[in-house]
Design a protein around this ligand. Structure first.
Ligand code: BDR
Ligand code: CA
Length: 311
């Protein structure tokens, strides 16, 4: 069983990623969830994280509030994709779970210090502010991280918030630079992968057909999320970005990629937040990330549907 901390800005796709992890106790133990400002402001992302745990019937998972703004920049949000609440679509009740006491960054630090080295995986699904802040505050935890598996960046698929940058990296490029430069093993799910994980009509129907509270809510979330990508990119459905991270922990064989060097642009206004991925290894810069490029999309949706049915 892999022990993980989910760092997240829910977000419908974040919600599905969390549900997949909570539905897979044989492979994944969720030690806690830390919320970060991203898709919507922090007071909504932390609330949404609690709503999702409650939906899964997992009131035992601690949810912490983390950073409410990027390290050095004003927050950029994505209500145009996720709606005003960040979790538009289903009509879910306010959570009865209360926020865990303490700051999300301290939870990350304390957990990594308390657990044996190399046994905790960090799963960032939003801007990397909390993780970078934890590394800045307690550099001793860096070598204790087993792996960071994150959603962010792009290579061939370039940007979804600017022509050059993917949202999570763009929102806090300074944080991303710290994380990619930290030296821990990193696995990245960029848009190149997630834009292949599309919720087509059949896949959406399969969620709804589960007939459970979770199945129906996920169908409603992906319905809502879909309208944006369909209109904007003419794609056949919503890309389920963040669930690629938790699916990787269960079925790494669904993904292929390359261990390469990835640097983050923090200077240029034009390409701010770009993940400069040396896919063709044209530099001699040392590889620092396993950058995924492909996914077995049907295998991924089969796994997701099978697991969601358990909740
Ligand atoms: C990422 O940005 C957010 O809108 C999604 O939740 C995902 O984490 C995709 O670029
Ligand atoms: Ca997210």
């Amino acid at each position: 069983v892999r022990k993980i901390i989910i760092d997240t800005d829910p977000g419908q796709d974040d919600a599905v990623a969390i549900l997949l992890a909570l539905a897979s106790p044989e492979e994944i133990e969720v030690l806690g969830i830390t919320a970060v400002a991203g898709n919507v402001p922090l007071h909504l992302t932390e609330k949404n994280a609690r709503i999702v745990c409650e939906l899964a019937g997992r009131t035992d998972v601690p949810v912490y509030a983390g950073c409410d703004a990027p390290l050095e920049r004003p927050l950029v949000t994505a209500e145009h994709v996720h709606g005003k609440t960040g979790l538009d679509g289903p009509d879910l009740p306010d959570p009865t779970i209360t926020l865990a006491e303490g700051h999300g960054v301290d939870f990350i630090i304390d957990t990594l210090r308390a657990e044996p080295a190399g046994t905790v995986t960090l799963c960032p699904l939003g801007p990397l502010t909390n993780i970078a802040q934890a590394f800045n505050k307690a550099p001793d935890i860096i070598e204790k991280v087993q792996e960071i598996v994150l959603m962010g960046g792009a290579y061939f698929e370039v940007g979804n918030i600017t022509p050059a940058a993917e949202f999570n990296i763009y929102v806090d490029p300074e944080a991303a630079k710290i994380v990619f430069g930290a030296g821990c093993p990193i696995t990245v799910m960029p848009l190149d992968v997630t834009h292949k994980a599309l919720v087509t009509k059949d896949r959406n129907d399969a969620f709804r057909a589960l007939g459970t509270k979770v199945g129906v809510a996920v169908a409603q979330m992906t319905d809502f999320f879909e309208r944006f990508d369909k209109e904007k990119y003419g794609s056949s459905g919503a890309p389920l970005h963040d669930p690629c991270v938790t699916a990787y922990l269960i079925r790494p064989d669904l993904f292929t990629g390359r261990h390469i060097n990835v640097e983050i642009e923090t200077g240029s206004e034009l390409t701010l937040g770009m993940t400069v991925a040396d896919w063709w290894r044209v530099t001699d810069r040392a590889p620092n990330a396993m950058f995924m490029g492909d996914i077995d999309a049907q295998g991924f949706f089969d796994l997701l549907t099978e697991r969601l049915a358990r909740l």
